[in-house]
Design a protein around this ligand. Structure first.
Ligand code: Z5A
Length: 220
């Protein structure tokens, strides 16, 4: 018997692009369609990943070298893929993940300046070269996204503002990297203009994912 094959859909974008909101809308819509959906995020997704998340995102915490930052992001992903993502895909689930290795290429690669080849090598060696079936890139200019993200953090209890504290040019390099990655993989990426009102961005995301899934599940 052929085992079921799930689908791995990743939401990427700069800070405040609206990934979390879009993922929640997609999860609700796909579950209403009768699909078995698992929602998860990075850094995080496992107990170990959540511990690493609080170390990595705390604005008040330690000063990480960029190499340590890359290795910790990758360590969280190793746990996440082996314990959560792979088993869910093997069980035929639709896995919706907020950020994945594209974020490492954008933030630690283009943002911090580490070689993309090093990030891809680590991914191949430690994360079994798992890539999304589909990436949904929410694209918004860096200043708008950062403004949203900083406003959200100002009203939040969690101390997760380390990346938001970086300057605008860092976030502009991150955005450019996501757009380059999308251009390099046009068949596996949907780019959504995330500048407009939240409701209309959510609607666009849901309708694009439904169309992609319907084609993907039909062709097997
Ligand atoms: N990071 C990394 O460096 N390397 C890696 O490999 C990985 C991550 C995996 C945490 O990620 C940080 O980790 C991240 C990169 C780094 N940088 N930072 N910070 P995160 O995904 O948890 O953090 P985030 O991107 O800052 O999350 P966010 O601000 O919550 O953004 P979001 O998920 O894209 O958006 P949201 O939560 O849906 O919305 C944020 C706010 O904006 C909220 O108040 C919304 O109501 C508002 N919003 C969203 N869309 C709209 C529209 N269209 N109009 C108006 N308002 C909107």
């Amino acid at each position: 018997m052929v085992p079921p094959r799930g689908r791995f859909i990743v939401f990427e974008g700069g800070d405040g692009a609206g990934k979390g909101s879009a993922l929640a809308a997609a999860a609700e819509a796909l579950a209403a369609d009768g699909l078995d959906v698992l929602s998860t995020r990075e850094p995080g997704g496992t107990a170990e990943g959540l511990e690493l998340r609080s170390l990595l995102l705390s604005a008040a915490g330690s000063v990480w070298d960029q190499g340590s930052e890359l290795l910790l992001m990758t360590a969280a992903r190793v746990q996440h893929v082996k314990r959560v993502i792979r088993p869910a895909l093997a069980a035929g689930k639709i896995v919706l993940c907020d950020r994945f290795v594209g974020s490492t290429i954008a933030y630690q690669g283009s943002g911090r300046g580490l070689p993309h080849s090093l990030i891809r090598d680590l991914h191949r060696i430690f994360v079994d070269d798992v890539w999304p079936d589909l990436t949904v890139l929410l694209d918004v200019d860096a200043a708008t996204g950062l403004g949203r993200s900083r406003r959200r953090l100002a009203g939040a209890e969690a101390d997760e503002g380390r990346f938001e504290a970086l300057d605008l040019s860092f976030h502009e390099r991150v955005r450019a990297s996501f757009l380059e990655q999308a251009a390099d993989a046009p068949d596996a990426t949907i780019v959504i203009d995330a500048t407009g009102p939240l409701d209309s961005v959510r609607r666009d995301v849901v309708s694009e994912i439904r169309a992609w899934l319907s084609a993907s599940l039909t062709t097997g």
